[in-house]
Write a new protein. Structure first.
Lengths: 250, 211
């Protein structure tokens, strides 16, 4: 309970800083660009590979299973649900958590142990403005960009599978896919990406800054950050899915 | 508070992990003076540095800075604490930018280069802190602490990172700066300071400052 209160206080302070980031001279563009490059660009390969495989797998399994039930027309809805709305954003969030979230915790933790954060504080530079805000913003931007790449590559994977199984022309695939799409399929992944980025950035930076003076605390905090983030991500995605389904009247 | 006093510790007590480190510290540091706080290992030099820098708060008592002096300090910790993912020039530029020293990009780069040359750190601008020796890193940390001409330099484990030849050079540079009116608070376990100017020596022992 005490930790939850600390996290909520931290989130409150972070949101205040985020909303005035454009006025804050300590928010570093260099740190933001580095974060987007590290999170958004260098994580591209695992994202593209996993999305291609997911798209292909859903197309293959779905086509086989739905054919047996005589519900072939639902295959595009299944791809949209899996690749775009639900599984895709969750996998993107988990990959970014394992790759960049842990990096944020260990980097900030090491900076704390090496007294780099103390040095910033004594110069009057807020660690929240200089270190945390650009990382959280970079995390949100990166998840938005990577989510788009994930969707694109997942659809390519699905189409390649359809073509391999049934030689379906691309125009057919594209038309049926766009017919099955609705507005919520486009904005829900965006909402999930924004909140996932905020959640991963907040929890990982919180644990990084909570490291004390001992180097052994860095891996301990990284483990705590990952565990809490996985649970929180599942919870967050579940809540957003429930809200979206209730709004759509499903 | 007396205007000639920079900072005053009033009945400061501090425990760490339930162990009493400072029992009762009363002391006033003179502005423009040099105070050498001598203390063996484990006597609380780093803790005192943290208290002076407002990184930790005393359990009881107070630390009162002369008006407008609270943040006008340069600090060197027991480790150089340079920002590891910035180059040496970027580390110094960060301090310049924060203190809003009015300079354009070219002037700033030239100024940083001149400072590094003056502290015998030629051609280190683009290096990361990890590429420097400990003595070089400490000199960069000193430049960063002094870059905005603060009222006071607080240095924990002062001079410990320097070899003999570096030590003479750093003494010379610091005495030059001190003669212009900057106060110094050095915390060190060294047996002697080897300082040419008058200074106040106090000893940190068993939770008290002994003059």
């Amino acid at each position: 309970m005490k930790t939850t209160n600390h996290i909520l206080d931290y989130l409150d302070a972070l949101l205040r800083e985020l909303f005035k980031w454009h006025k804050n001279r300590h928010v570093s563009l260099l740190v933001l660009i580095n974060q987007v490059l590290f999170t958004g660009f260098e994580a591209l390969t695992p994202i593209l590979v996993s999305s291609f495989l997911l798209g292909g797998l859903v197309a293959y399994t779905g086509r086989t299973f739905l054919s047996d039930l005589g519900q072939n027309q639902l295959i595009y809805n299944l791809i949209i649900m899996a690749v775009i709305r639900d599984v895709g954003p969750l996998i993107t969030g988990l990959i970014i958590l394992l790759r960049s979230g842990t990096a944020i915790t260990t980097e900030l933790g090491s900076m704390r142990v090496n007294r780099e954060i103390d040095a910033l504080e004594t110069m009057g530079i807020s660690s929240m403005s200089y270190l945390v805000v650009p990382r959280v913003m970079g995390m949100v931007f990166s998840l938005l960009i990577l989510g788009a790449y994930f969707t694109l590559m997942g659809l390519i994977g699905a189409y390649v599978t359809f073509f391999w199984l049934a030689k379906i022309p691309f125009t057919d695939f594209f038309l049926r896919f766009t017919n099955a799409l609705n507005a919520a399929d486009l904005y829900i992944p965006l909402v999930k990406a924004v909140f996932s980025g905020l959640l991963i950035g907040t929890l990982c930076s919180f644990h990084g800054l909570r490291v004390g003076r001992a180097l052994t605390e860095v891996p301990q905090r990284a483990i705590k950050a990952v565990t809490q983030c996985v649970l929180a991500l599942l919870f967050l995605h579940g809540i957003i899915a429930l809200i979206s389904f209730s709004l759509e009247g499903v | 508070m007396n205007s000639t006093m920079l900072v005053t510790l009033n009945a400061v007590r501090k425990n760490v992990y339930e162990q009493e480190i400072f029992r009762h510290i009363d002391y006033s540091f003179a502005s423009k003076g040099l105070t050498w706080i001598k203390g063996a290992e484990g006597q609380g030099k780093t803790l005192l540095t943290n208290l002076l820098c407002n990184l930790e708060a005393p359990d009881s008592g107070s630390i009162d800075w002369q008006e407008s002096g609270g943040r006008n300090m340069g600090v060197v910790f027991d480790t150089p604490a340079l920002i590891s993912n910035l180059s040496i020039a970027q580390n110094l530029a960060l301090a310049l930018d924060h203190y809003q020293v009015p300079m354009n990009g070219k002037d700033k780069a030239e100024y940083i280069s001149e400072l590094l040359d003056a502290w015998r750190l030629i051609k280190t601008e683009n290096l990361r802190p990890v590429a420097l020796s400990r003595g070089q890193s400490c000199r960069v940390a000193l430049i960063r602490a002094l870059i905005a001409n603060p009222k006071v330099l607080i240095w924990d484990d002062a001079f410990e990172c320097f070899a003999e030849d570096d030590l003479h050079f750093v003494h010379y540079r610091l005495q030059e700066i001190h003669s212009q009116g900057m106060a110094f608070i050095f915390l060190s376990r060294r047996p002697s300071l080897g300082w040419d100017f008058p200074f106040t020596q106090i000893t940190l022992k068993e939770g008290r400052l002994e003059v």
